[in-house]
Design a protein around this ligand. Structure first.
Ligand SMILES: *Cc1c(COP(=O)(O)O)cnc(C)c1O
Length: 403
């Protein structure tokens, strides 16, 4: 089969919202004054500085409210990667300061590279790391986590929702199990961190109910700016700073505050949390239509990860197309204006096969990730369902002709 005839006007359909989301126009508007007119350093004592400080603190309050916590537990960072690194390296160092020794970290085999590589870095310093295996749906159980805690476990770091296959982990139950362990043993450790970068637009984010000590949020996945993020750190949780300098962010993260990004993150987080139920319903409906259409009209496909339902992010569809070169499919879809992901955006540059697919025992080739967003429409999905089947057919034919 040849490629289908292109439409006269190519529609742009963005289905890679797990890589990053477009910035909400209200967020952009909120950020704008803080680049040029209100450019002042929030540490300055004249009125311009005080106004910048007020904007930063208002954003902090908004973020705290979204997480059902107090503003003094919110630390602004440069994004998900930095938040995860600060949580992991900071709590590990704090553990060493108290015990005089390196210790143990518990995490899963399907974490984002921001967590995996921070853990690998600590391994080079002598830390032991356990990467808990997951089931075929990419999930861990609270029992396995609790059983894997060792006497010197400083930190448990488990992502809330997976960025490739959308598996949702039972964070509140894990938190409760760890709390029980700490109470029974009269210890402060292990601390519990969750990477909530993918979970923020649709899952419970109440830090008390989740029983987490540390939680990472990212601006670029929630219709906010790239390069903005926050770390929630419960009061009295020990964590050493990532940067040393002027003492901003209560000494944990020195450096002049990025006022426009902080304002943007605050606006984006508040907006996305107000839109929670609608976002979930909207993306789930369209995602289900997309999967129905794909499974009806394209032979030899299967869904990777958990079934669509409570265990899976509402906006995530990760499909295996048998006999398809995923890069070829991605490039041809792009010719028709359809933008999708293969694995995770972060690892597509590294060119290695997905550790998540390996962990769930699935093929690492022929997989395409469709992640929907607030802006995805019925017409978008209809367009994809019109062009995807013949393009898959064409890519399969090209491949078999080449072989
Ligand atoms: C995107 C993402 C990160 C990293 O965020 P950056 O903005 O790239 O630093 C971390 N964890 C998860 C689950 C993510 O999806």
């Amino acid at each position: 089969m040849p490629l289908p005839k292109k439409p006269e006007t190519i529609r742009t359909v963005y289905l890679d919202n797990a890589a990053t989301t477009p910035v909400d126009s209200r967020v952009l508007l909120a950020m704008q004054p803080f680049f040029a007119e209100q450019f002042h350093n929030p540490s300055a004592l004249y009125r311009g500085g005080l106004r910048a400080r007020e904007a930063v603190e208002a954003a902090r309050q908004g973020c705290a409210k979204a997480l059902s916590t107090e503003p003094d537990t919110i630390y602004f960072t440069s994004g998900g990667t930095e938040s995860c690194n600060l949580a992991i390296l900071g709590s590990a160092r704090a553990h060493t300061q108290r015990t005089g020794r390196v210790g143990h970290i518990l995490t899963t085999a399907v974490e984002h590279p921001a967590v995996l590589h921070a853990c690998h870095f600590l391994e080079q310093e002598g830390w032991r790391v356990t990467f808990i295996p997951v089931d075929a749906h990419g999930k861990v159980t609270p029992e396995t986590v609790a059983q894997s805690v060792e006497a010197d476990t400083a930190l448990v770091s488990i992502m809330y929702a997976n960025n490739e296959i959308g598996s949702i982990q039972p964070i509140a139950d894990i938190g409760r199990a760890l709390l029980k362990y700490r109470k029974a043993n009269g210890t402060l450790f292990p601390l519990f961190h969750t990477d909530a970068c993918q979970a923020t637009p649709e899952l419970l984010l109440d830090v008390e109910k989740l029983h987490v000590d540390l939680l990472s949020v990212n601006g670029s996945k929630i219709y906010g700016p790239k390069g903005a993020g926050l770390l929630y750190k419960r009061r009295d949780v020990p964590c050493t700073p990532s940067t040393h300098g002027g003492g901003q962010e209560r000494g944990l993260r020195s450096g002049t505050e990025n006022v426009p990004e902080i304002v943007g993150l605050g606006a984006a987080l508040s907006l996305v949390r107000q839109d929670l139920a609608h976002h979930r319903q909207h993306t789930a409906e369209l995602r289900d239509t997309l999967w129905e259409g794909i499974s009806r009209s394209i032979p030899r496909v299967h869904l990777n990860g958990p079934p669509t339902g409570a265990d899976r992010l509402a906006n995530n569809l990760h499909v295996h197309f048998d006999g398809v070169d995923e890069e070829a499919l991605l490039f041809y879809l792009d010719e028709y204006g359809i933008q999708v992901g293969i694995g995770s955006a972060c690892s597509s540059q590294e060119k290695h096969s997905s550790h998540v697919m390996q962990a769930i025992g699935q093929r690492t080739d022929g997989n395409i990730r469709f992640t929907l967003g607030r802006q995805t429409s019925e017409d978008d999905i209809a367009y994809v369902l019109r062009y995807l089947p013949p393009i898959v057919d064409a890519v399969r034919t090209m491949r078999s002709e080449r072989l």
